[in-house]
Structures are given as C-alpha cells and as structure tokens.
Design a protein around this ligand. Sequence first.
Ligand SMILES: Nc1ncnc2c1ncn2[C@@H]1O[C@H](COP(=O)(O)OP(=O)(O)O)[C@@H](O)[C@H]1O
Ligand SMILES: [Mg+2]
Length: 269
Amino acid sequence: MSTTDTAPRPATSAGTPIPGSPVVTVRDLVVSYGPTRALDGVDLTIDAGRVHGLIGMNGSGKSTLFKALMGLVKPTSGTVALFGEDPRQARRRGRVAYAPQDEDVDYAFPVSVREVVSMGRYGRLRSTRRLRPEDRTAVDEALERCELTDLAERQIGALSGGQRKRAFVARGLAQGAELLLLDEPFAGVDKRSEATITALLRGLAAEGRTILVSTHDLVAVPALCDELALINRRIVAQGTPDETLRPGPLGEAFGGFVPVEALRREVAA
Ligand SMILES: Nc1ncnc2c1ncn2[C@@H]1O[C@H](COP(=O)(O)OP(=O)(O)O)[C@@H](O)[C@H]1O
Ligand SMILES: [Mg+2]
C-alpha cells in the first residue's frame, strides 16, 4: 500500500474526482433474502459531483441497494465497486458515509450529537483513540456546516427527524467522505428541514462530493436531484428528472400505479 492510500484527507473538501470516472459501478447485481429476491439484475453507474435520486416504492429494494453499496449484504451474484474498488476497502479508507433509514437506527442509544459526529474521525485515530485538535476542528466545522452547533450536546434521540439526518451528514463530513449515501432522508421530516437538507446536499455536490439519496417523495426531487434512477428490484430508468419522471418509467417503477398527484405537483412547481 502506498502512503497516499492511508494519508488523511482534509475533512472539509472532497477528494478530487477524476472527470468521467464513475464513483459507483453496479453490474447485474442480485441480492436475495432466503426466497425473496430483493434486487434482480441491478445495473447502475453514478458519476462524481452530482446529487442522484434513487426512486421507488416500498419494497422496491432501495435499502438493500444501499446495504450492498456498503458491503453490508452479500450479493447472490453480480458486482459492486466504489471508486473502482471493493466497498469494504472504500469504507476502510473513509471514502463513503451512510445514513441508514430511520427504522434501521436505534435512537435510544445514549449518545450526543457531537459524539455521533466525532465517530466520523475514529477511523483516522491511532492507538490512543483520543481526538486530536485537528479532529475536534473537523467535528466543529461539520456541526457548523449542518447547522447543528447549538444542538451539539443534545442526545441524538432528542432531535427532530430532520436534525438526526443532518447529524449523519455531519458525521460523513467529519470523516471526509467523498460519497454520501442517504436512505430516505426526507421521511418524517418537515418542509423546513427538507429545504435545509436540500440546500446542504446541493452545496456538497457543488464541491465535488457525490450523493445518492433514496426517496419515494417525488415532490422533493426536482429541487434536489441532477439525475434519477427509478428502481423496482432492477433499475427501470436512469437520467435527468425530465427524462425519467414520465408515465412510462414511473408506471414500471411504481408497478402500474403512477403517482399522478405527485406528478401534477411536479409539473406545477
Ligand atoms: N432482512 C431482511 N430479511 C428478509 N427480507 C428482507 C429483509 N430486508 C428486506 N427484505 C425484503 O426485501 C425487499 C426489498 O426491501 P428493501 O430493500 O427494504 O426495500 P425499500 O427500501 O425500497 O423499501 C422487500 O420485499 C423486503 O420485504
Ligand atoms: Mg427502505
């Protein structure tokens, strides 16, 4: 391993993405839970420096795809690469951060917002496991960026849904992650928090970070996403919101039920 492999990256700026090199490459991915085939031949390529939406109804495999990208579920077949390498390797290097959907997180765990964000630094610490001054600076900057400075000492369980999501984003920033995976960041989040998170993610993408956000809320999509992938156990369409938010692909993604109400609000927006 060369020294550049382990050299800490600055926490406040993303690594320089090589133009045209995909951050995420998924090929013919199949994931099964016993008899349930959650993903059935997913092909997905994600380029750097953009906000990508992963859109699909409940049970369409969004969370399973996130877990596969993190190396947390084992593919039945097919391949997943982050930055051209194994997801576990990308995780070890701190290049990817993951905010699970609310159902997968135990918010009763007694830990403060600052402690959650500090976890982003643990991968870099040597044997002492103590935060150094530069770690504390990175944590403070991440808290500030996510508008959590005033809430830093509060227990994570005492935050609103939107504030919790921002705490996970802050942890990823403290870590210096180049790829942020956010599973349903808008579920149970009020409109104001949604706008705050949207502005935050747009700013991070403008700096070169790559963001993948799952949602079933189409209304949030145009302000947030540069590109969408519609999923229904496989990717049924990928492209700009204009290219993909059409009755054909939406019908395929939502199993024949086109969310007309959401579409109408899209058009009106
Ligand atoms: N741990 C699990 N064990 C068994 N089945 C699961 C498990 N996790 C998800 N599934 C099933 O896999 C499918 C996809 O689920 P999921 O990836 O959670 O979809 P989404 O996040 O889009 O709602 C669903 O049919 C779900 O019931
Ligand atoms: Mg899910």
